[in-house]
Design a protein around this ligand. Structure first.
Ligand code: 5GP
Length: 190
């Protein structure tokens, strides 16, 4: 999506540790008109995948997931982050290693909201090493739900996780695919 690349070039900031900061339009201050365009693009890309639910992780995935769910006319579920593994029997949970905070946390959903009737679109703001997605896929596995696609705003291709998922046959779509980035330059996959 050309507009996403332009936004990153104009407003993004590369921080030490391979972190791209996009707080001005996606992660803190949300450009709602642009969010609407992103949602329309995801809805178009996954129109034929039989999606009946969107699943993301709190917090930064929620706005994108909500916009996509509204555009596709399906409910949106977000996994909660818990510091401990202290969860009851009515939940599915998985451990995720946080890219940005370098610590482990649990992602949890209620078994009331994710079931074997669901064909799920996983949504997140970034794809780096794929840990967050692995956690969401594990929740789907526990629930017997099918993963119908993966929608990512910004993929850091140099980690290889997105291509590994594509090689496994997963339908992965990212609105910007970053091949490399430094403080002075961001290069996209052409
Ligand atoms: P992964 O689990 O794929 O290694 O990392 C994805 C998660 O880490 C996303 O949910 C996102 O919140 C966070 N993340 C990874 N890379 C970046 C980045 O460059 N910038 C920001 N803002 N978040 C990132």
């Amino acid at each position: 999506m050309k507009q996403m690349e332009e936004k990153i070039l104009r407003e993004g900031q590369v921080l030490p540790g391979d972190i791209l900061k996009v707080g001005s339009f996606l992660n803190q201050n949300i450009d709602t008109e642009f969010l609407g365009q992103m949602a329309k693009e995801f809805a178009r890309l996954f129109a034929d995948d039989g999606i009946n639910k969107v699943l993301t992780i709190e917090a930064s995935g929620i706005a994108i997931a909500a916009a996509v769910g509204m555009e596709m006319g399906v409910p949106v579920l977000f996994a909660k982050k818990h510091r401990t593994s202290n969860v009851d029997g009515n939940t599915y949970s998985a451990v995720v290693h946080s890219f940005t905070h370098n610590e482990d946390y649990n992602v949890v959903v209620s078994s009331d909201y994710l079931t074997s009737a669901d064909r799920v679109l996983l949504v997140d703001d970034f794809l780096a090493n794929g840990q967050a997605l692995n956690g969401l896929m594990e929740l789907c596995r526990q629930a017997g739900a099918e993963v119908g696609g993966i929608a990512i705003a910004i993929e850091k291709c140099f980690s290889g996780a997105g291509d590994r998922l594509r090689a496994q046959g997963m339908h992965v779509e990212s609105l910007a695919l970053i091949e490399s980035m430094t403080e002075n330059e961001v290069i996209f996959r052409s």
